[in-house]
Design a protein around this ligand. Structure first.
Ligand code: G3H
Ligand code: 13P
Ligand code: ZN
Length: 284
């Protein structure tokens, strides 16, 4: 199939009350692991590339890999830019064939975040590309800040209402207690805040930093309006874990394909489990 937009997969997710998994991809084996799981699970899927992934693999490689993989399956595939913080990088992704982009202006003052995000949405609308925005600061688990400091960074529901009205984004990433990277303890999600954001905006909400969030919290988030869920750390851990295991057991192997095969298989299994948890398995 040709690529579809984020909006194309979020509309059925809204009607069916499930979330679509968004998985970070950096190379061919990762793209294949995600796509094979999506095809076998009959799931719509979002493959996303960060600016770091684009620096690593190259923009044209990412687009060619994902388009080639999408052509080989009959499930809807979105190619999305994850955390695009640079307006010009966002434009390069649109021009290169991404069907969806995130403009992450969460580090900017609110008015500036609104202004640039609105501009990206205008351009996206003109060329048929969806846009995700971010409001509030989703940190990393390595950021050493206290709970009260964290709450200051959480998304303000009234600001979110203004942000969505003034930008017209297709999806909104929110800070409600998740963080990027491995959690040290159990993350404490602010569900009342999520509910209020959803009530005031009506927009599809994105959960970032979803690796390590307990299944019951993921399900509760979906009930409250989470429609896109970003997973990277769990993929990395499965891939590198299997890779290390293979190398430890086969110290004399020099064939990269033999090392990468179990890594890809382990990652594919994680993607499959997430698709079942998010409710998108069986929806394509
Ligand atoms: O949110 C960040 C993603 O996990 C991508 O990470 O910038 O190291 O590619 P990265
Ligand atoms: P994790 O690495 O914590 O799964 O977060 C992924 C993410 O939010 C990508 O934008
Ligand atoms: Zn993220």
């Amino acid at each position: 199939m040709e690529l579809v937009t984020l909006k194309d997969v979020l509309e059925p997710a809204e009607r069916g009350c499930y979330a679509v998994g968004a998985f970070n991809a950096n190379n061919m084996e990762i793209v294949q692991a995600i796509m094979e799981a999506a095809a076998e699970e009959r799931s719509p899927v979002i493959l996303q590339a960060s600016q770091g992934a684009i620096s690593y693999a190259g923009l044209d490689y990412i687009v060619a890999l994902v388009k080639t993989a999408a052509r080989g399956v009959s499930v809807p595939v979105v190619l999305h830019l994850d955390h695009g913080t640079d307006f010009l990088q966002v434009m390069r992704c649109i021009r290169s064939g991404f069907s969806s982009v995130m403009f992450d202006g969460s580090r900017l003052p609110l008015d500036e975040n609104i202004e640039i995000t609105r501009h990206v949405v205008e351009i996206g609308r003109a060329v048929g590309v969806s846009v995700e925005g971010e409001l509030g600061k989703i940190g990393g688990t390595e950021d050493h800040i206290s709970v009260s400091e964290k709450e200051v960074l959480f998304t303000d529901p009234v600001e979110a209402q203004r942000f969505v009205q003034e930008t017209g984004v297709d999806a909104l990433a929110v800070a409600i207690g998740t963080a990027h990277g491995p959690y040290k303890g159990r993350p404490e999600l602010d569900f009342p805040r999520l509910k209020r954001i959803r009530d005031l905006t009506g927009v599809s909400i994105v959960m970032h930093g979803a690796s390590g969030v307990p299944d019951e919290d993921v399900r509760r988030g979906i009930e409250l309006g989470i429609r896109k869920i970003n997973i990277d750390t769990d993929l990395r851990q499965s891939f590198v874990g299997a890779l290390k295991g293979y190398i430890a057991e086969h110290p004399d192997n020099i064939d990269p394909r033999k090392v990468l095969a179990p890594a890809k298989a382990a990652m594919k299994e994680i993607v499959r489990q997430k698709m079942r948890l998010f409710g998108c398995a069986g929806k394509a």
